[in-house]
Design a binder for this molecule. Structure first.
Ligand code: C2E
Ligand code: MG
Ligand code: MG
Ligand code: MG
Length: 277
């Protein structure tokens, strides 16, 4: 190939890029097919209050891949977001969680549990997001009080008025909002003050080093204090050790999620956990 072809044309002949593009095309088809064939499954990770009582779970999607086995969402969610496939996938997650809530509605212990569902930026940005949530809740028969939506900071920066309108409309139903991975994204205190949130979820990266790094400890403590002073429930994610839990408890943290309490587990295992807790 002639060198004169220039920089721009080079990439079309780069075999590694070509195969990367093919892989992407395949992944897109695979996700579509996985949706049709029911290869996605949900796992449930318990959330606990300061008295170690199970109050609900975060819903975490996995891909039961026919060849690769159980696949982490970290491997396919970013791609599903890029291609827009997160819309049907996200709807499926929300629908499945809402149907589960409805199925628990008459079971004494289960009907107090709250399910937290992750919402991606693209989903939340849809102009019909409110309608979608309302429809899924109504069709499923779920009690909206038992549903919590997890948003991340990065999706809450532009168009604050529209964001607030969406959140308030959905909150009117009784649905709660949690700010996931707090501290890792855009965090202006003035915007935090304006958002109609119910919960602040401290990112696990701040929990990791509360005992090894004095700055990390200071930050974790400050986030708990900040959330509390804004009148929000504060939950820590990624709590792995008794020492971390002690530290957070002393800081006044309200709720916990992490391997110390429970790993994300399949539905039957979660229901067992709920019955025994
Ligand atoms: P996330 O929402 O921050 O979820 C918490 C992640 O931390 C989960 O990873 C969970 O398994 C992991 N984790 C929980 N406790 C511990 C712990 O004690 N130690 C450590 N090291 N990790 C812990 P997972 O399940 O791999 O999910 C990764 C991310 O994928 C989630 O992060 C979330 O952003 C995204 N995700 C998962 N399910 C969905 C979904 O249905 N929709 C969307 N849009 N995103 C999802
Ligand atoms: Mg989350
Ligand atoms: Mg999180
Ligand atoms: Mg996280």
């Amino acid at each position: 190939k002639s060198k004169k072809a220039g920089r721009n044309s080079v990439r079309f002949f780069d075999p590694s890029l070509e195969s990367a593009m093919k892989q992407h095309a395949t992944l897109e088809d695979d996700i579509r097919q996985a949706l049709d064939q029911g290869q996605f499954v949900l796992h449930y990770q318990g959330q606990f209050n300061s008295r170690d009582k199970l109050t609900g779970a975060e819903v975490l999607v996995r891909w039961q891949h026919p060849v690769q086995g159980m696949m982490s969402p970290a491997l396919f969610i970013p791609f599903a977001e890029e291609t827009g496939l997160i819309l049907p996938l996200g709807n499926w997650v929300l629908e499945t969680a809402c149907k589960l809530l409805a199925s628990w509605e008459k079971i004494p212990r289960m009907n107090k549990l709250v399910l937290a569902v992750n919402v991606s930026a693209l989903q939340f940005r849809q102009s019909d997001f409110i309608e979608t949530v309302v429809n899924i809740i109504h069709k499923s028969g779920a009690n909206p009080q038992r549903l919590k939506l997890e948003l991340t900071e990065s999706m809450l920066i532009e168009n604050l008025d529209d964001i607030i309108h969406k959140m308030l409309s959905i909150k009117e139903l009784g649905v709660g909002f949690s700010l996931d991975d707090f501290g890792t994204g855009f965090s202006s205190l003035s915007f935090l003050k304006r958002l109609p949130l119910d919960q602040l979820k401290i990112d696990q990266s701040f929990i990791k080093d509360v005992h090894s790094d004095p700055n990390g400890a200071a930050i974790a403590k400050t986030i708990v204090a900040l959330g509390k002073s804004l009148g929000l429930n504060v939950i820590a994610e990624g709590v792995e050790t008794v020492e971390q839990r002690e530290f957070l408890s002393n800081a006044g943290c309200h709720a916990y999620q992490g391997y110390l309490f429970s790993r994300p587990v399949a539905l039957t295992e979660f229901e067992e956990l709920a019955r025994s807790n």
